[in-house]
Design a protein around this ligand. Structure first.
Ligand code: GCB
Length: 590
């Protein structure tokens, strides 16, 4: 019985206290606690961590984090220093059958030592933890992070000890009404520490941020240093830049005249950049280019652009939401074979390596936060969470030339509360990064056949998800939508497609490969006539796992992939789209 535990100073009350987690749901690990990680040597905490799933939140109620690895006489309900281990990074669903549908808290525990010299600082950096993560070090609560796909950082500081330091991360993937996304999504609810976990040892001065972009005939650099120094040194050797930058309260924003060779999918030129300040040093590889909208056009470096895209989820039959260099490079190789110049990374921030590889290979990206379907738009804590996820994504990726669009959501109901919430997000994206376009997948009214969404006037690119041939039948309606709506800004078909089951699907009709290919053929036929459409990112590159699809041809997967979940088997629709993109590209080259 819990009451025997000397940790349970809370003993009886803890059994009756249903607000037990309130002290830990603080959201104070956020975009402002990030440090810039480019070019830093960290100590990886990859490897085996002690692990336990905790459906009833017994760990928070009984304060497991306050346990110490000393001998004890009470019958503990869990021993964080013994028992099952799991590899980090990973998703627990992929490790053991009994964890497949587990939703709740899970405890990760491990020790580390350090040789931190006086005056130096130690930061824990977590690439992603789905969905919230409470951080404890040596029994002390250091804060909580919300948002399952963005990185976060926490300074370990005063909680460190000289010998073994015990880190406990309580990661919770429960779907709740106040979260972003909330309970209902069309992708799998993975859980766990599924991206790199790293320790960074820095001087007293730490570079928190460096944002570089083209502004007129200059490169603008925004610098943020936290610590006792009044200058920084910025170098871009390829442009002959090597300069001392004065800092005021740790910050500077300066325009440096420069004419870099412009980045584009055909010429993905990247420049090495270094920044040092007060003994701290970071680096990056940055491309410079201009993206803008003019009327209904999207322009890259002043040239009209058609986005030959494909949507992609972060999902793998074996790895779950975790990815690898090989997996990411295969994704871009498939996009290349399709003839794409553009990927929509749906519906949440993907692994940061995706944008780095896109920079290097020359792909354009749409990045997105999971403001998906229903959201608790009236809830200030939910709004704070969504804003923070957007900030963390933008600050992570705003030096990536490949990223041209920040999307603030997908198919949300057009209520006043949602309009205020999402307009706020679009404004925030512009404030964090005035150099990219904002977008969202907006709503179509299928009765009046119009794009009917007040958000459309508040963003730069109107995304529309249309499934003529699948959820809707009359393809001609697609033509009418454009004519009825007269969009005054670029429209991108952010989704279209049909399911095709390559294993057990019928020979024809719904779920057959033939039907799927035919939907693509008919979509393309119509698309040729839609001059207001400036790009498409059909749904989707690979079949992906999802709980809500349990039909006999689905079996736990959304089967709209052009390639099956094995990431090898190409369905006939793949070639149909590839042929269209080849033709598009040829007509552009002429
Ligand atoms: C949509 C959603 C996407 C779904 C897709 C589908 O409109 O945005 O998340 O997976 O449709 O397959 O129904």
């Amino acid at each position: 019985m819990l009451e025997r535990s000397d940790l349970a100073a809370n003993a009886l009350t803890s059994l009756h206290d249903e607000a037990y987690d309130a002290p830990y749901n603080t959201q104070e690990i956020n975009a402002d606690t990030m440090i810039f990680t480019g070019g830093r040597d960290g100590v990886s905490l990859a490897g085996d961590w002690n692990f336990c799933v905790d459906l009833l939140d017994t760990g928070l109620r009984q304060k497991w984090f306050a346990m110490t690895p000393a001998p004890h006489s009470e019958p503990w309900d869990y021993d964080p220093f013994d028992g099952d281990t799991v590899p980090v990074p990973s998703n627990w669903q992929m490790l053991c059958d009994k964890w497949y549908f587990f939703e709740g808290s899970a405890w990760y525990t491990r020790s580390f030592t350090h040789d931190l010299k006086p005056g130096r600082r130690l930061f824990l950096h977590v690439g992603a933890a789905q969905y919230d993560c409470k951080v404890f070090l040596n029994g002390q609560f250091l804060g909580n992070h919300y948002g399952g796909s963005t990185p976060f950082c926490v300074e370990l500081g005063g909680a460190l000890t000289a010998g073994d330091n015990w880190l406990m991360l309580c990661v919770n993937n429960r779907r709740d009404a106040d979260r972003v996304p909330m309970q209902n999504t069309d992708w799998f609810n993975y859980g766990g520490l599924y991206r790199a976990v790293t320790l960074y040892n820095t001087p007293a001065c730490v570079i928190r941020d460096l944002f570089l972009r083209l502004e007129g005939d200059a490169i603008r650099a925004d610098i943020h240093v936290d610590g006792p120094t009044d200058s920084a040194r910025l170098g871009i050797p390829g442009l002959g830049i090597d300069m001392t930058v004065p800092l005021t309260d740790g910050r500077a924003s300066l325009a440096i005249p420069a004419t870099p060779e412009l980045w584009s999918p055909d010429t993905p030129v990247l420049y090495d950049v270094t920044l040092s300040a007060g003994g701290d040093q970071v680096s990056d590889r940055v491309g410079f280019r201009r993206i803008e909208r003019r009327g209904t056009d999207i322009l890259l470096n002043g040239k009209r652009l058609f986005l030959r895209g494909i949507s992609v989820h972060e999902d793998d039959a074996d790895l779950g939401k975790m990815t690898s260099d090989t997996d990411l490079r295969r994704r871009f190789a498939h996009a290349r074979d399709l003839g794409c110049n553009f990927l929509r990374l749906a519906h949440y921030p993907h692994d940061p390596r995706a944008a780095r590889i896109a920079d290097e290979l020359g792909f354009l990206l749409w990045e997105e936060i999971p403001v998906y379907w229903a959201i608790d738009f009236d809830n200030p804590a939910t709004r704070r969470d969504a804003e923070n996820q957007l900030r963390e994504l933008i600050r992570r990726d705003r030096n990536r030339a490949s990223v041209i669009i920040w999307s603030v959501g997908n198919e949300n109901p057009d209520t006043d509360a949602r309009l205020a919430f999402m307009t706020g997000l679009a404004d925030l994206a512009r404030a964090e990064d005035p150099t990219r376009l904002t977008a969202a997948a907006c709503l179509i009214n299928h009765e009046t056949l119009t794009i009917q969404d007040r958000l459309a006037a508040r963003i730069d690119v109107i995304g529309i998800n249309e499934y003529y041939g699948w959820y809707e039948s009359d393809f001609d309606d697609l033509i009418r939508i454009g004519a009825n709506s007269q969009p005054d800004r670029p429209v991108v078909i952010s989704e279209t497609g049909a399911d095709g089951d390559h294993e057990q699907g019928p020979a024809d009709g719904l779920f057959s490969l033939a039907y799927q290919a035919d939907v693509y053929r008919r979509q393309i036929e119509i698309l040729r006539k839609l001059d207001y459409v400036k790009g498409i990112s059909p749904w989707i590159l690979y079949d992906f796992r999802v709980e809500r699809r349990q039909g006999i041809y689905q079996r736990g997967y959304n089967r709209k992939g052009l390639i099956a979940a094995d990431k090898q088997t190409r369905k006939p629709a793949f070639e149909v789209l590839a042929a269209f993109y080849a033709e598009k590209q040829a007509s552009e080259d002429r």
